[in-house]
Design a protein. Sequence first.
Length: 138
Amino acid sequence: MPKAVATRDTERYDLQTCEGGFVELRKFSYGEVIKRRELSTSMKADPDAPRGQRSMEVGLNYTATQLFEFKTAIIDHNLEDEDGRKLNFSNPPDVMKLDPGIAQEIEAIVTAMNKFDEEFEPNPTLPAKSTQPSTVIK
């Protein structure tokens, strides 16, 4: 049977914005994609507000999303802080002090690897029928 689970295989990328720098990344599982989506938005409403004064706030949590991506996708790297300490991308202050160009390059690679910018659009027509016999459950 075909395997349908996310692999833990990694890919190494040499960074163009940091000479000699690299990151080793892995793709997200579907559960991690869902978690990322959940982190990316927030909604707040005050149910106790008087009628006619009720409102709802919808917001984007870009910081939470990026911190999750860096913590989850980056498996290894050789990036250091100004004191020569290897950055820990599970530690938000380490992510936040990255050079913006380097961070944005890593962001772009994670996005491309996981195809976050692409929406899956199912084919409106049915796929070709399988040549394999059907399994009938009685």
